[in-house]
Ligand binder design. Structure first.
Ligand code: FES
Length: 154
């Protein structure tokens, strides 16, 4: 396949009709990440059962269309997976599931991967669990002003 220059049908579908938008109250893991360059922010909530299986995933993204589409696909992909399997949901996996992204939008899918990792990290920390291969989130951001603005953004 030649280089993707426009949005696939799947990207458009997940952008116009994003799955799993919202929050999970008392989520087992929450991760918020941001990209300093574009200023986009993504927050991922994971509900994880006692067998370490992701029961539910939701997100809130204040960002571009590709960031919304990748968050939507990422939440779909992690649902039903164990925390160890969820770690394998890389930005590549998300992009493949969306039939590709234009090169300038690859970083948006990276944000989705980082958001999953940040939420898994939060879960692992809260429960004193070690998830093999999981590294501390690089872009984890605190309760920033932008995020509060985002709450009222829709
Ligand atoms: Fe930054 Fe898409 S432009 S996440």
């Amino acid at each position: 396949m030649s280089q993707v220059t426009e949005y696939s049908k799947k990207v458009m579908d997940h952008f116009s009709n994003p799955r799993n938008v919202g929050e999970i109250e008392e989520a087992a893991g929450v991760g918020t990440v941001g990209n300093a360059k574009c200023g986009d922010i993504m927050r991922m909530y994971l509900d994880i059962d006692e067998n370490q299986v992701v029961r539910d995933a939701k997100f809130k993204t204040f960002g571009c269309g590709a960031a919304i589409a990748t968050s939507s696909m990422a939440t779909e992909l992690v649902k039903g997976k164990t925390v160890q399997e969820a770690l394998e949901v890389t930005n590549k996996a998300v992009m493949e599931a969306l039939d590709g992204l234009p090169p300038v939008k690859v970083h948006c899918s990276l944000l989705a991967e980082q958001a999953i990792h940040a939420a898994l990290w939060d879960y692992a920390e809260k429960n004193g669990i070690k998830i093999e291969g999981l590294k501390p989130p690089v872009n984890d951001i605190d309760e920033t002003e932008e995020f509060y603005e985002m709450q009222g953004a829709d």
